[in-house]
Write a protein that binds this ligand. Sequence first.
Ligand code: ZN
Length: 224
Amino acid sequence: MKFVRIKLFVCLVILIAAVSFSSCSRDPLTEDPTIALTFDDGPDSLYTLQILDILKEKNVKATFFLTGKHIRQYPLVAKRIVNEGHSVGNHTYSHLYISSSSDSVINYEILTTQHLIDSTCGSNSKLFRAPWGAITVQQVKNLELQGYKNISWDIDTRDFESTSEEIVNFVMEHPHKGGIVLMHSADYSDMQSRAETVKALPEIIDRLRSEYHYSFVTIEQLIK
Ligand SMILES: [Zn+2]
């Protein structure tokens, strides 16, 4: 009888130790991994609105890199983006290819867009993303001296040339903690559809949540 009690006691100690150890060792893993959805080239009066509706319905906050030209054309959509809790960033005024542009043109494009972000959206964000990601190391340094944070991406959906199925599959094959997903909420030249992006978005959100337990953050939340 005594032997059985000792055995039971030992088992209990081992069990408590195992539970304590597993709960301690699991702490970092119980924190949901975060991922940031980003949308370039908006706002517009069609796809950006559809994307905002989906994000609202799914309770997801994202980041929109806006061109000054489009903010000026669609100020109410630009304002809605910020009003609904999303972050915005500067994507130049005319979707400029900045790595081969002069400093004065770049400064004009960025400052004009920044003024529109401040005055139209009511945001003091100083995030920047170069069109096509084309920017030199020196230009990044110059921007940083002016207080901007240059934001790239590491999950490029190439949504501008992909079907919704391809967009979903690409994201689901490449998610990682702290990842930045690149999509587009408009076309900088207003020529191309973004319907496939809109179609893919609900499934991307649902599957990142259900299959990987991701939570969605803005770039400002991701980098702070
Ligand atoms: Zn762009």
